[in-house]
Design a protein around this ligand. Structure first.
Ligand SMILES: [Zn+2]
Length: 492
């Protein structure tokens, strides 16, 4: 272990030793009142069959709408119509931006703000040279009884088909919502396309034109993670993504005279660039405990066993040490600050040619509250070489706003999670990647990114990777969650 980390942790433990045992006894999870809920019927066999068949459609979108194979999306839409006939009969369907679907389920109280459930239909392609590493063909949707395998099994045909299962079942049971319920299925979440062709943006504009303001949105982002540390905690953490980080690529370049490498100066453009790189890497953004992270740690801390609570009940006291310790560990640091990585470099096109221009690309992930302007200002400030060129590349987006956790819809999610699982801990968290949900900020403030599937971290890592798959055992509860969510969140 790094000495710095060791001493910081020791300092944290030292502070913990001063904790008052009484405080730890009182530091318990806040009681969530769970009203009695009826047991929801789920047709698990149909869900399995439909998810497995949905995976067979290679719904891969292209950056350019003109290059997208629309026949696949059309066939996928026909498939949904065939498998979910009630939904297609009772809900009003509008196709947006060629491939995105907007279903409106009219409620008895259309005067109230509707709720929306989002999913994207598209999936990412298989990375070149990795196809042979798959245990089953990624587009066969193999169901081996334990897992359903394939691209989209976790991101996010599982979620999409789960939502449609819940709608179809509720319709078959004669359920009518109070608020309108929108089912919004984007078609190009996975590609960074022009705003005018982005399905989610186009849906948002369509809603805005119709004067629709949404009460709440639920989309992908968080999941249920088992958190198990022997003697400390044994819970299922339902992480509700209340915000997502921003994204920006910045090119930093140095120019020089160039010429024949046989007469090279002491420092070429690359040599000068090396100093620039050092300036950038030596000036990380400041790590800070945000209210969102504080709430997450508080929730986890309260759910630890008594001896561990002797430490966790003093979170406030430990905060500076914890923040410092976390800032040394990249995955933990990413939850506390804007992060960056220098990912690409270029120089001369040939070994015997001096570079006339040398550049690196820095990939930034901005923390909510910081913008792309802050990133550029930071670079201008920390780079000593004032002749450097700093260019913001296309495709950037600022972080999302942070959705509140004291809302009716967040509380509904919390109640349902507790009604279904004694081990549930529901807490806000920060989504590192992007989702369609962030494009809806003009029509909704309460955006929650949460997929109600209990999945281990190692399985989650198969998302966008090899052998993506979902355990069959966690599918039934997801439909139950969505059914309850539609019932409760659509009520007045
Ligand atoms: Zn996704």
């Amino acid at each position: 272990m790094d000495k710095k980390i060791k001493y910081t942790l020791l300092a944290a433990l030292g502070a913990a030793a001063a904790a008052v045992p009484v405080k730890a006894t009182l530091f318990k999870p806040e009681k969530v009142e769970v009203p009695p809920m009826e047991d929801e019927k789920v047709d698990l066999n149909r869900f399995r069959k439909n998810l497995s068949d949905a995976i067979k459609f290679k719904t891969i979108a292209d950056k350019e709408a003109a290059n997208t194979d629309w026949t696949v999306f059309d066939a996928f839409h026909d498939f949904l119509k065939e498998r979910y006939p009630l939904m297609h009969e009772k809900l009003e369907l509008t196709v947006i931006a060629r491939g995105s679907l907007v279903f409106r389920w009219k409620g008895t109280r259309s005067d109230l703000d509707p709720i929306a459930l989002l999913s994207h239909q598209d999936v990412v392609p298989i990375s070149e040279g990795t196809l042979d590493d798959w245990k089953h063909d990624p587009f066969e949707g193999v169901d081996d009884g334990e897992f359903i395998w394939g691209r989209g099994a976790l991101d996010m045909k599982n979620h999409l088909i789960g939502v449609l299962e819940s709608v179809e079942t509720l319709l078959s049971e004669g359920f009518v919502p109070e608020r309108d319920v929108y089912i919004l299925l984007g078609h190009n979440e996975e590609v960074m396309c022009a705003t005018s062709e982005n399905g989610a943006t186009c849906i948002c504009n369509y809603l805005k034109e119709k004067g629709v303001h949404l009460d709440a949105i639920i989309d992908e982002g968080g999941a249920i993670l088992p958190v198990e540390v022997k003697g400390v905690i044994n819970k299922h953490l339902a992480g509700i993504g209340v915000a997502e980080k921003g994204y920006a690529d910045v090119e930093v370049a140095v120019t020089a005279k160039g010429g024949h490498s046989s007469q090279a100066p002491n420092h070429t453009a690359i040599g000068h660039l090396a100093d620039v790189i050092k300036d950038i890497e030596n000036h990380q953004f400041k790590a800070k405990m945000s209210p969102m992270m504080r709430e997450l740690f508080d929730k986890i801390g309260r759910n630890c066993t008594y001896p561990a609570r002797l430490v966790t009940c003093n979170l406030k006291l430990l905060e500076p040490a914890l923040t410092k310790a976390m800032s040394f560990i990249p995955p933990a640091a990413s939850m506390l600050r804007t992060t960056f990585g220098i990912t690409m470099a270029s120089g001369s096109p040939q070994a015997n040619v001096l570079p006339q221009r040398a550049s690196v690309t820095v990939n930034f992930r901005m923390f909510p509250g910081q913008t792309v302007d802050d990133v550029l200002e930071h670079l201008h400030k920390v780079i000593k070489n004032k002749k450097v060129e700093i260019n913001l590349l296309p495709g950037w987006k600022n972080p999302s706003a942070v959705s509140p956790t004291d809302t009716r819809s967040f509380k509904v999610i919390e109640k349902i999670c507790h009604s279904m699982d004694d081990k549930a801990v529901v807490a806000p968290y920060l989504v590192m990647g992007g989702t369609d949900a962030c494009h809806y900020q003009a029509v909704c403030e309460n955006i929650y990114r949460y997929s109600p599937f209990l999945v281990s971290t190692s399985l989650l890592l198969t998302t966008h990777g090899t052998n993506e798959r979902i355990p069959v055992s966690v599918m039934e509860d997801a439909v139950k969650f969505f059914k309850r969510y539609i019932r409760l969140a659509s009520a007045e």
